[in-house]
Design a protein around this ligand. Structure first.
Ligand SMILES: [Zn+2]
Length: 389
């Protein structure tokens, strides 16, 4: 055995002996890994739901062409689609479409805030108000029209404008801005609902100037037109973007947050009329309101903005156009609504919930889940709401 080998043998024998004498305390297990920090759940304080009535992807792209190849909508990075079919029809109307958003139930066409069995369900706006949120509704049509009505009222048919107006008077709304004054003051029952609004604490305004005079904390009913305002391409000013900015500014002072629904109402009417320029101008107007809302949400950081549509209108297609001139060549397959999916854009806390392909009723579910809300009232017969008043 040479010296090297002998030395190596001696060393290993020594090491074995040493190991045997090691204290038998804690085994050398790996230190427990710290848990990955989890981001706090993204709960928005405020939710603004913006509905472009009849706004499909062609309407959006037509707006882009007409607006030098840019819409505020392009600021969104989280997008999805919703299936719009109603309870009884692959093609929805605005009543069933907005009611899907407001009560989370597929219902029959023409329904307003009632399910397929005509039972009145508490709307997301009503539940939000019960939880302490300030609430508001804005539209460029009569406020009693299907989309805004579906968040506030419960009637078996959308044509029941006077009943819907009564529900606005008795609603928890902090503010509403739109048309349809005639359903409040020229009624078959002879009641003056403008006076009744004031009795219930609303400041009423029939002009934009009067609307701006309403004290900041007061409840506001701005009924600016007898029925619907003019088309944007026939002289309506930019009341929609300004009303959206004003509403956000008024509602944001509520400590518990707010829920606001803003409708670009007449994109749909351009589709029904098969008038491309009508669609383009209404689309750009609605988009400017979206821009105002996004500016606020970006600064605020606690506001979820959802932009979607109830359905597409006109089977609108783009047969040509020119970005330089803003000219759009539209083509139509229908004067009615169509069955296609419509896009959803979301920004802010919880926005990721709105990506992918979903049902229209999922919009309601996500809002309720984000705010951890449950309806406070069981569904009731729709006419029971008015009993005793
Ligand atoms: Zn329509």
């Amino acid at each position: 055995m040479n010296m090297k080998l002998l030395f190596a043998f001696a060393c290993s024998a020594y090491l074995v002996a040493c190991k045997a004498q090691l204290p038998t305390t804690a085994p050398a297990t790996p230190a427990p890994q710290a848990l990955k920090p989890v981001a706090p759940p993204a709960v928005p304080k405020n939710i603004i739901l913006m509905i472009g009535d009849g706004m499909g992807t062609s309407q959006i792209y037509a707006g882009m062409i007409g607006n030098n190849n840019f819409l505020q909508l392009e600021r969104f990075k989280q997008l999805g689609f919703i299936k719009t079919y109603s309870f009884d029809n692959i093609i929805t109307d605005s009543g069933a479409g907005a009611t899907a958003f407001s009560i989370g139930q597929k219902t029959y066409n023409n329904a307003i805030g009632v399910a397929g069995d005509t039972l009145a369900h508490e709307t997301v706006l009503e539940t939000a108000a019960k939880s302490g949120k300030a609430t508001g509704v804005i539209a460029t049509c009569a406020v009693t029209h299907a989309t805004p009505a579906s968040f506030v009222a419960h009637v078996p048919h959308r044509e029941m404008h006077e009943d819907i107006a009564w529900e606005f008077v008795h609603s928890p709304l902090q503010l509403f801005i739109g048309g349809g004054r005639k359903y409040f003051e020229q009624r078959k029952d002879g009641r003056d609902l403008m006076a009744e609004l004031r009795m219930r604490g609303f400041y009423t305004a029939t002009t934009e100037a009067a609307m701006l005079e309403v004290p900041a904390q007061a409840k506001m009913a701005a009924l600016l037109w007898d029925d619907a305002p003019a088309k944007k391409n026939e002289g309506r000013n930019d009341i929609l973007p300004r009303a959206a900015a004003l509403a956000v500014d008024r509602l944001k002072s509520n400590e518990k947050g707010f829920f606001l629904m803003v409708e670009g109402s007449q994109i749909d009417w351009g589709g029904h009329a098969n008038e491309t320029d009508y669609i383009v101008q209404e689309m750009i107007d609605f988009d400017q309101a979206i821009g105002k809302v996004l500016d606020f949400a970006e600064k605020d950081g606690e506001t979820l903005v959802i932009v979607t549509a109830d359905h597409e209108t006109g089977g609108f297609a783009l047969a040509g156009g020119d970005f330089r001139t803003g000219k759009v060549k539209g083509a139509f397959t229908s004067t009615k609504h169509t069955a296609v999916m419509v896009p959803v854009f979301a920004y802010g806390p919880g926005a990721e919930l709105f990506t992918g392909i979903q049902e229209n009723i999922d919009i309601y579910k996500h809002i309720m889940n984000l705010w951890n809300l449950q309806p406070t009232r069981q569904p009731v017969r729709w006419d029971a709401i008015r009993r005793g008043n």
